[in-house]
Design a protein around this ligand. Structure first.
Ligand code: PEP
Length: 247
């Protein structure tokens, strides 16, 4: 089985207006040759504009969440089909800010993964432990439990990635040590192989949590790290490009 192609995805979270598309265009313009796939995931309001701005470039566009249902009376929510229609090809699901702030369970995340597959979107499924869970020695059990609960069997044979994002490392400037990252990524890989057989080796496992140009090379070259999900550092083209160049 060959090594999965690395994916570097930027999560703009609830940041950005149309003027911010200049940063997205600068990423595409500065990309050069890279072995990585690159994606930017803006707010739903910007997906269509960004997809238009990045058409004919190597930078893909993704959503940050979707509703499981394809349509209906769900005020304020966005369906996977709408995200796809706006020009996205990927979608982040189960981000810890959704799990914590919106009560998303593994079962709900799994239903959103099915919605993404139905719509033809490639899911990036996020998992990660809190600081309390890490201190209690529960990180591996929590993360592998989230993988089992959030990834439906229907992912077999489909393109997707898992993003390991320790909750305590997101936006804090803190990162786990490289051996800590490797320990979790190996446990995720073993779980994917248990669930999907040898096909469980085909998808990249991204690391996310305070990745920046200065720590990207060490993180991205760690065992079983197949890319990064980047928050704050994805808002500035120069920083995001610095991370992509570290692949
Ligand atoms: C994220 O929220 O997905 C993330 C990784 O954020 P940051 O890079 O800012 O820690």
């Amino acid at each position: 089985m060959t090594t999965p192609q690395p994916l570097i995805a930027g999560n703009w979270k609830m940041n950005g207006v149309s003027a911010s598309l200049a940063e997205a265009k600068a990423v595409a313009a500065g990309l050069g040759s890279t072995s990585a796939r690159v994606a930017l995931c803006p707010s739903a309001t910007l997906i269509a504009q960004m997809a238009w701005a990045l058409k004919d470039t190597a930078v893909a566009v993704g959503g940050q969440d979707c509703r499981a249902e394809p349509s209906g009376a769900f005020t304020g929510d966005v369906a996977a089909e709408q995200i796809k229609d706006a020009g996205a090809s990927l979608v982040i699901l189960g981000h810890s800010e959704r799990r914590a702030g919106h009560g998303e369970t593994d079962a709900l995340v799994a239903s959103k993964v099915l919605a993404a597959l139905r719509a033809g979107l490639e899911p990036i499924v996020c998992v990660g432990e809190t600081l309390e869970q890490r201190k209690a020695g529960e990180a591996l059990a929590v993360v592998t439990g989230q993988v089992r609960g959030s990834l439906p069997a229907e992912l077999a044979g489909k393109a997707y990635s898992v993003a390991y994002e320790p909750v305590w490392a997101i936006g804090t400037g803190l990162t786990p040590t490289t051996p800590e990252i490797e320990e979790v990524h190996r446990a995720i890989r073993a779980t994917l192989v248990e669930m999907f057989g040898e096909a469980g080796r085909a998808m990249p496992i991204l690391y996310g949590g305070s990745v920046k140009p200065s720590n990207a090379a060490e993180i991205l070259h760690a065992d079983e790290v197949g890319g990064a999900l980047v928050g704050g550092a994805a808002l500035k083209a120069e920083d995001f490009l610095g991370i992509i160049r570290a692949v």
